[in-house]
Write a protein that binds this ligand. Sequence first.
Ligand SMILES: Cc1cc2nc3c(=O)[nH]c(=O)nc-3n(C[C@H](O)[C@H](O)[C@H](O)COP(=O)(O)O)c2cc1C
Length: 202
Amino acid sequence: MQAPQMMRQIIDEEVTWDKTQTIVSKTDLYGTILYANNIFTQVCEYSAIELIGEPHNIIRHPDMPKIAFKVLWDALKKGENFHAIVKNLTRTGRYYWVITDFTIDKNEKGEPCSYTARRKAVPDGVVKKIEPIYKTLLDIEKLKGEKASELYFDAYLKEEIGKTYNEFVVDLFEEENKKEQYQKDKTKSTIKKGLNWFFFGD
Ligand SMILES: Cc1cc2nc3c(=O)[nH]c(=O)nc-3n(C[C@H](O)[C@H](O)[C@H](O)COP(=O)(O)O)c2cc1C
């Protein structure tokens, strides 16, 4: 089987998937995959057998800056549920963007025992806004190192966004989702108007 993060040819093409579905995976406390639902295996193009026991970075896309995962792990270790917008890599080198809701599962003693990630597709508007930020973070990481990228991200969130990464992601998703819904409703009412004209005249 293909080793995690083995050189895969990157193809600048989005994988086609049913965007009404929720992609679910569960890991142990170190990010080793324990469970993957059917839609996850379809989208990432690995079977469940191939995924189980592998580190989650098996689907890490090289366009993702390291700092995005550092903030994720810092939050989980602090016991905080978290949201992230992630570009993932499929087996054939294609990509898909998702918003991920991370939750911490607890055992009967109330101690963290695993993590569950539930992912939904994101509107294009979200990708348009987050992609250039990740690109800047990645460029800084490559040229000036991880620490510089982290410091820039901290300052950017404080100075330009005024929110934590988690708040930024949730608000951005909600905003763009509303816009998308509004556009859909507008199209529907135009169609209704068109049909009214057809049946009843204007
Ligand atoms: C529950 C859970 C789900 C994760 N899902 C993803 C994912 O979909 N894509 C991804 O690149 N990393 C995901 N990660 C983070 C990876 O464990 C890893 O930190 C990341 O891919 C960066 O890889 P690296 O640490 O080797 O640089 C997830 C982690 C957890 C705990």
